[in-house]
Design a protein. Structure first.
Length: 132
């Protein structure tokens, strides 16, 4: 929404995953599927231009935006190839966050409510993995 100035997200979730070998040879790449279930916290603050516009239209208005705590579901899939006895590996991973919450923007404490915000997003990563 146009009135939001900054948005800080924090998540906490346990991850559950399992490996699916692509070959009987343990030195070959394998797939790892997984998911995480937990919570997402958003810390919101408002744009000063938005606050000024509300103040111009309704002098003395009190505006509040509540921080939000919501459910988060994160499925993922990756292709992994362990090298050097499994300590070092190559990884390509994709994941998608599923989370949404209604934005509650209260002007003059009368219980206003805005549209839902979709906090979901797709992430793709390629890199090196070190395990111990």
């Amino acid at each position: 929404p146009a009135g939001i100035y900054t948005l800080s997200l924090h998540d906490a979730l346990p991850i559950f995953d399992w490996d699916v070998p692509l070959s009987e040879d343990p030195g070959m790449p394998y797939l790892r599927y997984g998911f995480g279930i937990g919570g997402l916290y958003s810390d919101l603050s408002l744009n000063q231009g938005f606050l000024d516009a509300v103040e111009a239209g309704s002098p003395g208005s009190v505006i509040e935006v509540t921080d939000q705590l919501m459910f988060l579901f994160r499925p993922s899939a990756s292709l992994r190839w362990d090298l050097f006895d499994g300590n070092l590996g190559l990884i390509a991973e994709a994941q998608y966050d599923v989370a949404s919450h209604p934005l509650i923007m209260d002007i003059n404490t009368d219980g206003d409510k805005s549209e839902d915000i979709d906090y979901g997003g797709f992430g793709a990563y390629v890199g090196v993995d070190y395990s111990f």
